[in-house]
Design a binder for this molecule. Structure first.
Ligand SMILES: Nc1ncnc2c1ncn2[C@@H]1O[C@H](COP(=O)(O)OP(=O)(O)OP(=O)(O)O)[C@@H](O)[C@H]1O
Ligand SMILES: [Mg+2]
Length: 241
């Protein structure tokens, strides 16, 4: 049994066209259909696990295109999984054909990588940068720790990597980390290590997952005209979280 959804949204600007024009609406329960047809202003769909949220998002995306509210290239959709992204693209593909390729759909990290590749030079990278996995990150960090004489019995690389990742998650580049906070770690060498780690990543034209976010935040903060170009481009933003 599907749970009812609570929908927080402004009233639609115009009455919805008759449902018969949109056969896919009949596959939804009334709350889902209302969410799909609410296309003006911000909309939040709040519902429990497995109640049909992704289905709402996918159908809403198709509905936006079907009603000509937006071209696929004007929609950005963030999904939790690659599977959901694929489903959305297929669904839209069935409606509009190859134009579905113009949709920007993916996980936060996939979309961040896509944006970063277009502006890589501004982050000190080349567009073909590689993305490190955890093993690569640890290998790199261990090399730097060894060079700096940091005892990895006392300060395991995994722990220090966790510290660096948390800094990144808070949007802190090395110049923004407070020295008070850093001084307590790795005998006062943690910040120098973070700086060296970032420098090495640039040298080898690579980023880690945290950088994908961090470089984007810095890109949009430092370059208002780039931020504006994306704000103009995307008329609809859908997030499945
Ligand atoms: N109105 C509906 N009628 C029939 N089946 C539905 C309906 N809405 C959703 N479903 C089915 O229910 C299942 C769960 O839907 P969906 O994945 O959209 O839920 P969800 O809220 O996104 O789940 P999760 O919390 O796991 O992300 C899917 O198999 C979907 O096809
Ligand atoms: Mg879902």
């Amino acid at each position: 049994m599907l749970q009812p959804m609570s929908i927080v949204a402004p009233a639609p600007a115009a009455p919805a066209p008759p449902a018969s024009n949109f056969p896919y609406l009949a596959t939804l329960n009334p709350a889902q259909a209302a969410a799909v047809q609410t296309l003006d202003g911000p909309l939040l769909v709040l519902a429990g696990a497995g109640t049909g949220k992704t289905r709402v998002l996918t159908t809403r995306l198709a509905h936006l295109i079907h009603t000509r509210r937006a071209w696929p290239s004007q929609i950005l959709a963030v999904t939790f999984t690659n599977k959901a992204a694929r489903e959305m693209r297929e669904r839209v593909g069935a409606l509009v054909g190859p134009m579905a390729q113009d949709l920007w759909i993916g996980t936060f990290h996939a979309l961040a990588a896509r944006i970063l590749r277009r502006h890589a030079e501004l982050a000190g990278l080349k567009p073909n940068f590689t993305i490190l996995d955890t093993d690569d990150q640890l290998r790199l960090l261990k090399q730097l720790m060894q060079a700096d004489g940091i005892d990895d019995k006392r300060w395991p690389a995994r722990v220090l990597l966790g510290v660096i990742e948390r800094w990144k998650d808070r949007g802190l580049t090395p110049d923004k980390v407070s020295t008070d906070e850093a001084d307590e770690l790795a005998g006062g060498r943690a910040l120098a290590l973070y700086r060296a780690y970032q420098e090495r990543l640039r040298t080898v034209n690579a980023c880690d997952f945290g950088d994908l976010m961090l470089h984007n935040v810095n890109l949009f903060t430092a370059h208002a005209e780039i931020l504006e170009s994306y704000q103009k481009r995307f008329h609809y933003l859908l997030v499945d979280e």
